[in-house]
Design a protein around this ligand. Structure first.
Ligand SMILES: Cc1cc2nc3c(=O)[nH]c(=O)nc-3n(C[C@H](O)[C@H](O)[C@H](O)COP(=O)(O)OP(=O)(O)OC[C@H]3O[C@@H](n4cnc5c(N)ncnc54)[C@H](O)[C@@H]3O)c2cc1C
Length: 390
């Protein structure tokens, strides 16, 4: 089933498709269609191509160099880019701290940081989670103490995605330990990762890759100009940021592209003497998944059609995060099945057919989808409370 665009959206889609067709480098497309993962360098290259065109910050207002596209246009762009094999841009600057600075940051912070997010001169990472503060983020222990004009930050962050590439980190820290509620004594800081006292240590995940890190903050000193908004109001800014993060994790465009790849795999892979797609059991599983995806896509579109540019999506976000991450995991499960027993012989770093590693690597990587950006259990709790009123 094809969901039909309005005339205006169809014209926009045609413009986007034409641009991506000529601007997306062939090696980047080949990486995706060759069942490999994009490198960091490929992602940055694509970021800069989009920045040159003025299409990198799709949700930002024009005054900050954004496109001010409608949520539907942003969705169309994402879908077209993913279907063409483009890398997914990381959200930390564009979708997380950028919008927070626009809404709550000082003029000086906006002038200094927003252009450098657009140009990818700065790359941000997210310093929220700690060893004992994940779902229960408000129990975080990293401390920020004001000494004259200087905030001194002390603590440990963990699971910090791409901290090994980032030059800035936004950090939640406890600035008023005596506050009545844990949420009330937290502030949000912007921290230059080259400062003395910042140390990044890698964590290797079960897919064998280096996506995440521990970040140690050992008496790191930042000026008062690196505090976002007001002291002790960081929880408000964090909630706004996390709402945007969860919408991003719906990943409809990426899931659609992965499903197409999976279908192609099922057409070329053999089971016995027949193509895998002709195996009735596999075909039924694929149809089941594609049907659930279509329902997810339709729900996403229905929600998008009610959103205005720059609108607050936090009420809708838990549904999209929950379903989107589950569907992506199911795609990788079926991809592993399509690859078959050869998936088990893959070891990271070995030469060979990338297809052999595609299934297992993706499956292992996808275990994290129902954890980061808020776990599935936590999403269900939010839905139960805010939507069902339980
Ligand atoms: C790959 C990856 C990348 C990440 N990147 C970042 C990053 O860049 N920056 C960052 O700050 N953080 C990042 N995180 C951290 C992520 O946000 C946390 O892992 C997540 O919030 C869960 O917290 P936790 O790991 O402490 O698990 P816990 O909160 O300890 O949860 C453990 C289990 O208990 C369940 N649970 C917890 N509370 C409840 C409840 N109230 N009701 C029912 N069940 C519950 C959870 O669902 C889970 O199954 C990343 C995590 C991963 C895996």
């Amino acid at each position: 089933m094809q969901i039909i665009d309005s005339d205006e959206d169809a014209a926009f889609r045609a413009e986007v498709r034409a641009f991506i067709q000529q601007a997306l480098p062939q090696d980047i497309r080949d990486t995706f269609f060759g069942f490999r993962r994009h490198s960091w360098q490929q992602m940055i290259r694509w970021h800069r191509i989009l920045a040159d065109k003025g299409w990198v910050a799709v949700s930002w207002p024009r005054e900050y160099g954004g496109c001010a596209w409608t949520p539907m246009q942003q969705y169309i762009f994402d879908e077209e880019a993913m279907l063409a094999g483009a890398p997914r841009l990381r959200p930390f600057g564009l979708k997380m701290i950028g919008p927070v600075l626009m809404r709550y940051g000082s003029d000086a912070q906006k002038a200094r940081f927003l252009p450098r997010i657009l140009s990818a001169e700065d790359y941000w990472c997210q310093g929220f989670s700690e060893p004992d503060a994940g779902s229960d983020l408000a129990s975080l222990k990293t401390k920020a103490t004001l000494d004259g004009d200087i905030w001194r930050i002390e603590g440990q962050k963990t699971w910090t995605t791409t901290a090994q590439h980032a030059n800035w980190i936004f950090v939640l820290a406890r600035s008023a330990p005596q506050a009545a509620k844990p949420q009330e004594g937290i502030s949000l800081f912007l921290v230059d990762m080259s400062l003395p006292g910042v140390e990044v240590r890698p964590i290797i995940t079960i897919d064998g890759d280096h996506h995440v890190n521990e970040v140690f903050l050992d008496g790191v000193e930042v000026g008062a100009d690196m505090l976002v908004g007001e002291a002790n109001k960081g929880w408000t800014y964090a909630k706004y940021l996390l709402g945007n993060e969860r919408v991003g994790v719906a990943n409809v465009g990426q899931a659609k592209a992965e499903l197409k790849l999976l279908r192609r795999l099922a057409l070329t892979r053999k089971r016995g003497n027949q193509a895998l797609i002709d195996d009735p059991v596999f075909a039924a599983k694929l149809a089941d998944l594609e049907t659930d995806f279509l329902a997810h896509e339709t729900t996403n579109l229905r929600m998008l059609s009610t959103l205005k540019p720059g609108g607050d999506a936090s009420a809708l976000a838990p549904f999209l995060k929950l379903r989107g991450s589950e569907i992506q995991q199911r795609i990788t499960e079926l991809a592993s099945e399509a690859v078959g027993p050869r998936a088990a012989i893959w070891q990271r770093g070995e030469e060979g057919d990338p297809l052999d590693s595609y299934g297992l690597h993706g499956w292992l990587n996808a275990r994290a989808f129902t954890i980061f950006g808020g776990s599935s259990e936590v999403m269900k709790n939010i839905i139960a409370k805010t939507t069902l009123g339980l």
